[in-house]
Write a protein that binds this ligand. Structure first.
Ligand code: UFG
Length: 336
């Protein structure tokens, strides 16, 4: 049984589907702060199984300890539970350190050290990278937000914990920009409030749920002047977690603590994502060009050779397929 914290969240829920497809049993804990029980229903419909779920906040050490003691059969942890709004993190940094760093510490203190551990990290740990595509051994820089800093600190904690405990093995996956939704239409990205991220903003504005998109700056030093990111289909990202778990379980790690980029290796500009949306939806998107957003990095895309070679994983979906799935999800769920 694998403990999935934040398993009803966007990336966690898609990972649960892929784990169950591989015959794994999961135990989801989620505090429902940025998800809801419809996600659990969606997971049960997709997998045709009832799924173990406990509503619990990993910041609360006593119930977390109790839960872990009650499940001696745990064979791994995939830790997604965290707050992730970059803008909010600047307004309320303590919430981010409490949730993201505090929650990680509670988990590490309560689980036996011999259980494989996978951590949701982010390409934000590279800050404004000096060279592209970004490789894992690029310098780690001070991230531009408290949210990003919690990911950097989380990685450091895991590395130090692995040095202190010979049997502790962990992998951090540094996500680039996850987008899209499961093909079933039962699960997808459903941020509470107005989305900060580009693709949910596009799809929600296209159905009239929120005002038209503002493109944050078109005077960057890129081909069309808009920022470039590495957008990866969330199902491909979910599959990378299964691959990372298998690597730990099969004792294939080269070092006790490892990091992998998870992206496609391709960069796409904001205008290219809009063009992709218009292609796959057949709709023209109403948007305007506005000023730059504070803290945005100009260009970030991954070198994914390490994951391709060592995780026995590769991304399957194109940008259009990912954007199409996000649009289908929006159409299926416009009433939510
Ligand atoms: N963008 C717009 N308009 C919007 C929203 C986004 O033009 O309304 C642009 C941004 O300026 C950026 C691109 O679309 O150029 C992607 O923006 P996102 O907010 O979707 O993604 P980011 O790359 O800014 O942020 C992502 C994750 C964070 C993580 C960060 C690390 O969402 O969790 O990468 O770089 F910290």
């Amino acid at each position: 049984m694998i403990l999935i914290t934040g398993g009803l969240g966007y990336i966690g829920s898609h990972t649960v589907v892929e784990l169950i497809a591989q015959g794994k049993e999961v135990l989801i804990v989620d505090d429902l702060s940025n998800s809801n029980l419809q996600v659990l229903e969606g997971l049960e419909k997709i997998t045709g199984q009832s799924i173990n779920f406990v509503q619990l906040d990993v910041k609360e050490a006593p119930p977390l300890n109790e839960l872990i003691q009650a499940h001696p059969q745990l064979e791994g942890v995939i830790h997604f539970a965290a707050a992730k709004a970059v803008g909010e993190s600047a307004l309320n940094p303590l919430k981010y350190y409490q949730n993201n760093v505090g929650g990680l510490l509670n988990l590490l203190q309560s689980i036996p050290t011999n259980i494989p551990f996978i951590f949701s990290s982010s390409c934000t740990v590279y800050g404004d990278a000096d060279a592209l595509p970004i490789v894992e051994n690029s310098p780690i820089k001070r991230p531009k937000s408290p949210y990003g800093n919690t990911k950097k600190i989380g990685e450091e904690i895991l590395e130090e914990h692995s040095r202190a405990h010979a049997n502790f093995k962990a992998i951090s996956l540094r996500y680039f920009n996850p987008i899209g939704a499961h093909a079933s239409g039962y699960i997808g990205e459903n941020p509470k409030g107005q989305p900060e991220n580009l693709v949910p903003y596009i799809t929600q504005s296209a159905v009239g749920k929120i005002p038209p998109l503002t493109v944050f700056g078109d005077d960057y030093p890129t081909a069309d002047g808009t920022c470039v990111r590495d957008y990866i289909h969330v199902v491909d990202l979910a599959r990378a977690h299964v691959a990372a778990f298998n690597r730990l379980e099969e004792n294939k790690s080269k070092t006790a603590y490892e990091v992998f980029n998870v992206g496609t290796g391709q960069g796409h500009s904001v205008l290219e994502v809009i063009a992709s949306f218009e292609r796959v939806s057949g709709k023209s998107l109403n948007y305007s060009i506005g000023p730059r957003r504070e803290g945005d990095i100009v260009t970030a895309y991954a070198n994914v050779d390490k994951a391709l070679q060592q995780l026995n994983w590769s991304p399957k979906y194109s940008l259009d397929e990912a954007v199409h799935s996000a649009w289908q999800w929006e159409l299926n769920n416009s009433s939510r």
